[in-house]
Write a protein that binds this ligand. Structure first.
Ligand SMILES: [Zn+2]
Length: 453
């Protein structure tokens, strides 16, 4: 099929009308700066993207050519054995020092396998009596149009609203990107020592079971993508409702902090509502951004054994509580969902790290006040909010039980307590799952060790 394409041409044929026009331009330019132009003795630089040696048939490819005398023409030719075919030919009547030429192989009907791409570019110098200096670059590629194949080795039969799950799978070839996609959310899969991939993903509490459609995907280095619906049954879980009083005494107590969170609002109540909405959304986005940063996420689990909670503490609020906020006269002013476990002990109680991990945040963050985030690997993080002070800094590796700071009232906290959150890919999930060692064993650790053979 490749042979039948009749657009094969020798690379030198550019329209003579354009050549004359270019010639006139060059002559005109030569009058002004012949000496400068005559001195350009080298051809343009040529850069080809992407850098990988495997490409897909419809993958966007791009050549960037640069020369101080301007770019006159670019030709891209595909060669395979004794056959060749021009896939892109451009001439530029206006000489610019840099040109980008985009193309793809989709009309070439190239078969799978290796081929050569030849890029030839001419600059706008007077060299060769106006033809310009030329550069020819040849690169070998492999055309790969086969998408990777995914084989799921284990996944829990069900996932609860607000909960998390682990999937273990294999992919048939090296991948550029893989993981579980859920609308705009993406939970990356991480390659494990046995060659399989492990991916932790969440069922965000704000979603409904009938609209929860996670997909597992893999994209290879040639841009071929496989994606399929993940067979995990979403189960609803009911959460409680709660009413939170926001009296003037609280607003006065928090006045300076609220003013700093929302300096563009004038009254303490407006500042509070702004913090509880706008700042909360900014903080949520920041947590997802932190979890998406490969430099902050370990590709292997860093913890073992049970997750621990603040000792000798009482639960003051649960994950998933639907909170109605009322003012001093019991009028509703706001509503939000509480995304962690509020635990109260004595004031300024030392906080133990829930499990072994690496500190990726130890700083003030909006509604959370002074906050520590610990990465436990695979996008799993524990969050400690409303602290008084820190005993750790970013980059520290902490052991389970090691003190990381003390409880307090910073951020949107009325009384001294610890807001303990568990995040998967930056999305808050039910901490009680992780504090339950049999849930962790059945859903996480036993599945992680599934054979991938
Ligand atoms: Zn809380």
């Amino acid at each position: 099929m490749f042979k039948r394409q009749s657009t094969f041409r020798s690379s030198g044929k550019r329209s003579s009308g354009v050549s004359v026009f270019v010639m006139l331009l060059v002559i005109a330019a030569a009058g002004a700066g012949a000496w400068f132009l005559m001195r350009d003795l080298s051809g343009p630089s040529v850069a080809l993207a992407p850098q990988t040696d495997r490409v897909g048939i419809a993958q966007p490819l791009e050549v960037t050519v640069q020369d101080k005398s301007g770019i006159q023409a670019v030709t891209v030719t595909v060669k395979r054995g004794s056959q060749s075919m021009v896939v892109k030919q451009e001439t530029f009547p206006v000489l610019e020092p840099s040109r980008r030429v985009a193309f793809s192989l989709k009309d070439t009907r190239l078969p799978e396998g290796s081929f050569e791409l030849e890029v030839r570019a001419w600059d706008g110098s007077f060299a060769g009596f106006g033809k310009g200096n030329s550069t020819t670059v040849n690169r070998q590629f492999v055309l790969d149009s086969r998408p990777p194949r995914i084989a799921v080795k284990t996944v829990p039969p069900a996932i609860h609203r607000g909960g998390a799950a682990l999937i273990v799978y294999t992919v048939s070839e090296d991948v550029e990107k893989t993981g579980v996609r859920l609308g705009k959310l993406f939970f990356p899969g991480y390659r494990q020592e046995n060659g399989g991939y492990a991916c932790l993903f969440a069922f965000p509490i704000g979603m409904k079971a009938d609209s929860y459609h996670p997909e597992i995907m893999a994209a290879d280095k040639a841009g071929n993508v496989t994606s399929s619906r993940l067979l995990v049954r979403p189960l609803n879980r009911n959460y409680r409702s709660d009413t939170l009083n926001i009296p003037n005494s609280f607003l006065n107590f928090k006045a300076s902090e609220l003013a700093q969170l929302c300096p563009d609002k004038s009254t303490p109540l407006e500042q509070y509502l702004c913090a509880n909405n706008r700042v909360r959304m900014e903080n949520d986005a920041k947590l997802i951004e932190l979890a998406a940063d490969p430099s902050s996420v370990s590709p292997r689990f860093l913890w073992e054994g049970p997750f621990r909670r603040l000792p000798r503490s009482a639960v003051k609020a649960n994950f998933g509580d639907h909170r109605t906020y009322v003012d001093g006269s019991r009028s509703k002013i706001d509503e939000q969902t509480h995304m962690g476990l509020d635990l109260a002990s004595v004031a300024r109680a030392p906080i133990p790290a829930s499990a072994t991990g690496r500190v990726i945040w130890a700083d003030y963050m909006g509604i959370h006040g002074h906050m520590v985030l610990i990465d436990h690997g695979l996008g799993l993080m524990t969050q400690y909010s409303h602290l008084t002070d820190y005993a750790v800094q970013v980059g520290d590796v902490v052991k389970a039980g090691q003190t990381i700071g003390t409880t307090g009232v910073s951020g949107l906290a009325g009384g001294d307590h610890l807001h303990f959150g568990v995040l998967v890919g930056g999305v808050p999930v039910q901490p009680l799952e992780w504090l339950d060692s049999s849930w962790v064993r059945n859903n996480i650790t036993s599945r992680l060790n599934t054979s991938v053979r």
